[in-house]
Design a protein around this ligand. Structure first.
Ligand SMILES: *Cc1c(COP(=O)(O)O)cnc(C)c1O
Length: 375
């Protein structure tokens, strides 16, 4: 029996043609028509006059977003605690310090109340945060009205980590377009992939051009190599951008499929008291359901997430606990944290289930059988 993965790459068909074009025209370098084409595709997809610069990864996009936000040594940056470590690591690349914020229960994302409390407290302590990193976890949009209002009120740069949320919307507006900067990821497990890649989303050509400048070693305008700033080698390659262009043709199909996965799990668990499938809190939220997740009430069910994980694993089906909050990670143990124990409880009681857009009827049957056997 093949392994059923949590989320694996799913090619649509047109990718190879774009890659082939790159070979035929010898545009193998990290610039060229596929990069420009992929950026244009993303700009028209995201709308709201978004500008997009394609980069080597979502992590590098966050690094550059923080540079554009002016983050420097010993600055503080507020970051959602419940997330993948890549949301927080770039803060450290700049010698700045993350301040972590708890989640709220509706979206599992940054709690606006804890966010405001933290900002007031940091200002009192004489160190006003330079930026806020909010994440749309598993494709679920965060409470962007509240969070944008707070960022505006205190005049703090807002960065949206939309690595998992391409195609998700909040009140009809695409995730990644709310903040001053947004980032996307095209890593192998994301809703579309270039095998590895990412993008920075911004509001104007000045920021876009500055991003491309920094991502291509910060070369000044001169015939020789002239540098007045530290640069990075963060641009996306033209070959990989070809995969991205092909993937854009199937993005909407992938979203519909993953939303179908969520309905499959809702149906599978509909009679299980003590198991809750993660879903949108209201019609303002539209999730791409990158990963479908469940919360288990140990008291009611008599089993834990680890029991389910081991059962699925014995049937060669991958599942994984929810992200372990950053304030509980050894590497960030000295960082400040605001909130209660929402993210910790989610981590202890939640698990991600197979959610790929390439699951077959047979895969769904195997997942259902494995879980029913267990229940
Ligand atoms: C995947 C991911 C990233 C990092 O993207 P890469 O392209 O892998 O560098 C950042 N934040 C979140 C929430 C992610 O899931």
């Amino acid at each position: 029996m093949n392994k059923i993965w949590l989320s694996s790459p799913h090619m649509g068909g047109a990718e190879q043609e774009f890659v082939q074009k790159a070979f035929e025209t010898n545009w193998i370098a990290p610039l060229g028509p596929n990069v420009n084409g992929f950026e244009q595709d993303l700009e028209s997809y995201l709308k709201d006059e978004s500008k997009v610069a394609c980069l080597a990864s979502g992590t590098s996009a966050l690094h550059i977003a923080l540079i554009l936000a002016g983050v420097k040594l010993h600055d503080e940056v507020i970051c959602q605690s419940m997330t993948f470590s890549a949301s927080a690591n770039p803060i450290k690349y700049l010698g700045a310090n993350p301040v972590f914020i708890d989640s709220e229960e509706d979206t599992w994302n940054m709690c606006p109340i804890a966010l405001e409390e933290s900002i007031k407290d940091r200002i009192l302590k004489g160190n006003k945060p330079k930026a806020i990193i909010v994440v749309h976890l598993y494709g679920m949009p965060a409470k962007m009205d509240e969070i944008s209002t707070i960022a505006n009120k205190f005049q703090i740069t807002l960065i949206e980590d939309a690595a998992e949320a391409l195609g998700s919307t909040y009140k009809g507006k695409k995730c990644g377009t709310f903040g001053d900067y947004g980032i996307l990821s095209f890593n192998g497990n994301k809703i579309i992939t270039t095998s590895g890649g990412g993008a920075l989303v911004c509001k104007n050509d000045v920021d876009k051009n500055k991003t491309i400048f920094l991502a291509t070693q910060a070369r000044d305008n001169a015939p020789h190599y002239q540098h007045s700033e530290i640069g990075y080698n963060y641009r996306m390659s033209n070959v990989l951008a070809g995969i991205g262009r092909g993937q854009m043709e199937v993005l909407d199909k992938h979203i519909q499929f993953r939303r179908g996965n969520n309905r499959f799990y809702k149906n599978l668990f509909k009679n299980c008291s003590g198991i809750k499938v993660f879903e949108e809190p209201s019609s303002s939220y539209y999730s791409n359901h990158w990963l479908s997740c469940i919360l288990i009430d140990k008291e009611k069910t008599g089993f834990t997430t680890e029991d389910i994980r081991l059962q699925l694993d014995s049937d060669n089906i991958e599942s994984r606990p929810l992200w372990k909050p950053m304030h509980l990670q050894p590497v960030f143990k000295d960082c400040d944290y605001y909130g209660e124990s929402v993210s910790e409880d989610l981590f202890n009681n939640g698990i991600c289930l197979p959610s790929g857009s390439n699951l077959t009827e047979n895969d769904f049957e195997r997942i259902a059988t494995s879980i029913k056997k267990f229940l």
